[in-house]
Design a binder for this molecule. Structure first.
Ligand code: 16G
Length: 241
């Protein structure tokens, strides 16, 4: 199974072999993988080598350990492209997953200096502040905080934002959503986010801040979405000029 003469380290070859098994569906999410002892017999390597492979795969989020129970295959991460300006609802539907939201906040607040500048409005103008947990197939994926100038979407209410905001803006208001600037940053969850996302304290999240404008150039939203880093990875296609 492993090529002992290869310059590729044994632990690396084991990782590749196990990843292949996961990819081929031989191991599915939730399956317990064999014990260190069993794996060291199967691969004919020391337990220390096996331990190194497993630790790497745990750190990469491919496997997870449960104290006193064993090591299991994690859910595969969702790969989200950074091309195209889609909504959470569209992204999940395109994957055959069912999107839903839990509303944490729905308030009208006066714009502070930073938001006023980003949204091209005056300070103290009203903003909708919407905070939602976004679920895919009932699993929490992200905490999302959205600011929208209230004058753009006068009829917005709690019920609407349980569904798709983009659909509402386009279908009800006839707005043409144009483009956005995005910034991605890694952070770790605080206690509240850990509870909302159902992840251990200090888990990593990837925060995307999106500043969006309509096709006529009107800024319409500033959104911060904190995606679970154990469930998400982002990809983009790039071209060398
Ligand atoms: C996505 C967008 C967010 C937008 C939301 C609308 C990113 C990083 N963010 O989460 O800016 O407000 O979709 O979703 O993709 P909705 O139409 O389902 O409410």
């Amino acid at each position: 199974m492993l090529d002992k003469r290869s310059p590729m380290p044994m632990y690396y070859q084991i990782e590749e072999h196990m990843k292949q098994k996961i990819q081929q569906g031989e191991f599915v999410p939730g399956d317990m993988i064999p014990s260190e002892r069993e794996l060291s017999e199967t691969y004919e390597v020391s337990r220390m080598t096996v331990r190194q492979s497993i630790t790497n795969m745990v750190n990469d989020g491919i496997l997870y350990r449960e104290k006193g129970r064993g090591t299991f295959v994690a859910e595969q991460k969702i790969e989200q492209t950074l091309q195209g300006m889609t909504s959470f609802t569209e992204d999940m539907k395109a994957r055959g997953m069912v999107p839903s939201s839990r509303l944490l906040h729905f308030d009208v607040v006066p714009a502070q200096a930073e938001m006023a500048e980003k949204l091209g409005i005056n300070q103290e103008e009203e903003l909708f502040l919407i905070q939602r947990i976004r679920f895919a197939d009932q699993e929490p994926m992200a905490v999302e905080t959205t600011f929208i100038p209230a004058k753009l979407v006068p009829g917005l209410n709690q019920e609407i934002v349980q569904g798709s905001l983009y659909e509402y803006m386009e279908a009800t208001h006839g707005y043409q959503i144009g483009r956005a600037t995005q910034l991605i940053e890694a952070t770790i969850v605080d206690q509240q986010e850990a509870e909302l996302l159902q992840v251990p304290l200090s888990s990593p999240v990837l925060v995307i801040e999106r500043n969006s404008v309509l096709t006529d150039g009107t800024p319409f939203e500033v959104v911060k979405s904190a995606y679970r880093a154990d469930r998400y990875k982002f990809s983009s296609d790039i071209t060398r000029k």
